[in-house]
Ligand binder design. Structure first.
Ligand SMILES: C[S@@+](CC[C@H](N)C(=O)[O-])C[C@H]1O[C@@H](n2cnc3c(N)ncnc32)[C@H](O)[C@@H]1O
Length: 255
């Protein structure tokens, strides 16, 4: 490893409100998802009152994925996006379901098989920062609620850009900044107090959900993320606020 790379690897990054070494963040993010994997889907429904399903459906609809295309669902978790994408690509297309965490990926496989998504679906363990795919392979790359957890987001964006083919589109669905400040006290109370308590009851641990609330606050806001996408090479970048900016969908193209 070159000295410049070693220095970059050593620089501290956010893990929620803490500053930690990159290797520690990777390890702790893994622990978070190992802890919640079994109850991940139930918690998503409870925390968002089922809204996450609508956010994901909207993201996939705006992605305009067509039959026969090749799509990457990155940080796929338990495979919600992959399932919706596979309905669009059909058996002639391909959905690659990728995640860094084998436990989450195993759940994705079980759920997708259960729903009959078998033909044209494959699985890969991979880090968003250095995707193990050839340049220009995918018509669409999506990452839903994943970028926030990646240690070096700039590298992930560059890697996503690399594996997209010219004319392809990236979809980034992620928690973002509220655009109605009047809602902030309620939102803060809900995310810093109610959600960790719910997490403790449902998964046996409040910590992953404290990290969730903190990591949302540390994630770049709508405009900052759009600028990061532009720096990574994406063009025609734009975003849509969903649920008053609780979540934003960013889109960018490789021309
Ligand atoms: C909050 S879950 C999102 C899962 C799913 N996309 C969804 O919307 O429900 C975040 C996922 O990102 C994965 N992840 C975290 N860091 C990653 C990385 N560097 N590369 C790939 N996946 C990563 C985690 O293992 C976890 O499954």
């Amino acid at each position: 490893m070159k000295e410049s790379q070693r220095r970059a690897e050593g620089a501290e990054v956010d893990f929620g409100f803490e500053r930690v070494r990159p290797a520690e963040k990777r390890e702790r993010v893994k622990e978070v998802f190992d802890t919640v994997a079994e109850r991940y889907d139930l918690m998503n429904d409870l925390m968002s009152f089922g809204l996450h399903r609508a956010w994901k459906r909207l993201a996939v609809a705006l992605g305009r994925v067509r039959p026969g295309q090749r799509v990457l669902d990155l940080a796929a978790g338990t495979g919600d996006m992959a399932s919706l994408l596979s309905e669009r690509t059909g058996p002639r297309g391909q959905v690659v379901v990728a995640d860094i965490n084998p436990r989450m990926l195993a759940r994705a496989r079980a759920r997708l098989v259960d729903r009959g998504h078998v033909a044209g679906v494959s699985y890969a363990i991979g880090d968003a920062e250095s995707l193990p795919f050839a340049e220009g392979r995918f018509h669409c790359v999506c990452i839903a609620f994943g970028l926030r957890n990646v240690t070096r987001k700039e590298r992930a964006l560059e890697s996503m850009y690399r594996v997209l083919r010219p004319g392809g589109q990236a979809l980034i669905l992620e928690f973002s900044r509220l655009v109605l400040p009047a809602l902030a006290p309620l939102y803060d109370a809900y995310s810093f107090r109610a959600i960790p308590e719910l997490g403790r009851i449902v998964t046996g641990s409040a910590e992953p959900y404290r990290y969730l609330a903190e990591s949302i606050r540390m994630h770049p806001d709508q405009s900052a993320l759009q600028e990061m996408m532009e720096r990574a090479g994406f063009e025609r970048c734009r975003f849509h606020n969903l649920s008053a900016g609780v979540v934003a969908l960013h889109r960018g193209c490789k021309l």
